[in-house]
Write a protein that binds this ligand. Structure first.
Ligand code: AMP
Length: 213
């Protein structure tokens, strides 16, 4: 089974993808995580990617399509949750071609709906465990009092360089201009399911499970 989690920055795609990994043994493919890894590689490409990401703009299609292609080639029988990919119509077409080539269908696209005010509040309060990537939020899911990650016990937490109001404005604009057309694209293909992404993590997870059938 392959599914796409679609939604603006801060909608909870990463959090819900991790839940699905646990519940269903699927593999999370987050292009954001892959790019954050690439930026620490010290290569010239990594440096260029870092600048684009920090501004909140989208990295070029060929780079992210190449990253996804590599992962699919490495695990042709995998069951994937695409998190933060595709983000443009060109990426959506490329993913369709890649899945066709591997003879594996797209089960559905889950659109996570969250209003803009909630996104800003969520993102500016967000931090992640440096070891395992578990997501915390100062307001709704604070780091435990003992300072240890509930998943891995890690004690270092980081705030993303692009989780500030300035980059967020650009990221939201990129979402509405370049990514939101995918809602109509997948609706027309009969693949779209929309869930309310505003509730508690467990409630959203339950809504996603129901949508997956
Ligand atoms: P995310 O972790 O999904 O919020 O992604 C963080 C940043 O990585 C985005 O703001 C973009 O700069 C870049 N990025 C992640 N996925 C993509 C994608 N599919 N296409 C282009 N840029 C991406």
């Amino acid at each position: 089974m392959n599914i796409i989690l679609l939604g603006p920055p801060g909608a909870g795609k990463g959090t819900q993808a991790r839940r699905l990994v646990e519940a269903r043994g699927m593999t999370q493919l987050s292009t954001g995580d892959m790019l954050r890894e690439a930026r620490t590689s010290g290569t010239e490409m990594g440096q260029r990617v870092a600048e684009v990401m920090d501004r909140g703009e989208l990295v070029t299609d060929d780079i992210v399509i190449g990253l996804i292609e590599e992962k699919l080639e490495a695990d042709p029988d995998g069951s994937f949750i695409f998190d933060g990919f595709p983000r443009t119509l060109a990426q959506a077409d490329a993913l369709g071609d890649l899945l066709d080539r591997h003879g594996t269908p797209l089960h559905c696209v889950i659109e996570m709906q969250v209003d803009d005010a909630a996104l800003v509040a969520r993102i500016t309060a967000r931090s992640t465990c440096a070891s395992c990537g578990e997501v915390y939020n100062d307001l709704t899911r604070p780091i435990p009092d003992d300072g240890k990650c509930v998943v891995c016990g890690g004690t270092e937490f980081i705030r993303r360089a692009d989780d500030n109001e300035e980059s967020l404005k650009t990221r939201l604009l990129a979402y509405y201009k370049q990514t939101s057309p995918l809602i109509g694209y997948y609706y027309a293909k009969g693949a779209l399911k929309s869930v309310d992404g505003l509730g508690e993590i467990d409630a959203v997870a339950a809504a996603i499970e129901e949508a997956l059938g």
